[in-house]
Design a binder for this molecule. Structure first.
Ligand code: THU
Length: 131
């Protein structure tokens, strides 16, 4: 499954619309039911309107009626591993299982695995609202 996720993320990265940064990001997320959703970054001339690849994949997941992410793969056109930005860590947390894994692949195909809880410690989550 990880190999398939890597392939889908790589394909997604090639669809990135990034004429300003020239930095292509592709992701593939896996839900607890085993469904896969991919996304790429979509930039805008009004830079702050840019959508990160993670946001696009989350939107596809929500439209399909899924809400629980257990794994995410991220690839990019950069020279190193591409970690999710701070805002996307929070977006992912909204739908993450407690043990959600993030697998980063560099262009050479090496993999680094993290837990979302390690990348976003002491997070603010829906549990804090206690409603
Ligand atoms: N980018 C993502 O798509 N995801 C991340 O987590 C990091 C950054 C994109 C946004 C922008 O199009 C480009 O990478 C450079 O910041």
């Amino acid at each position: 499954m990880l190999t398939q996720m890597y392939a889908l993320a790589l394909t997604a990265s090639k669809q990135a619309y990034s004429p300003y940064s020239h930095f292509k990001v592709g992701v593939c997320l896996e839900t607890t039911s085993g469904q896969l959703f991919s996304g790429c970054n979509i930039e805008n001339v009004s830079y702050s309107l840019t959508l990160c690849a993670e946001s696009v994949a989350i939107a596809a997941m929500i439209i399909a009626g899924e809400q629980a992410i257990q794994r995410l793969v991220i690839v990019s056109s950069g020279i190193d591993f591409c970690s999710p930005c701070g805002a996307c860590r929070q977006r992912l947390l909204e739908f993450a299982t407690d043990t959600m894994e993030i697998h980063l692949f560099n262009p050479a195909g090496d993999c680094r695995k993290h837990l979302l809880s390690d990348l976003l410690p002491y997070s603010f989550s829906k549990k804090d609202l206690a409603i």
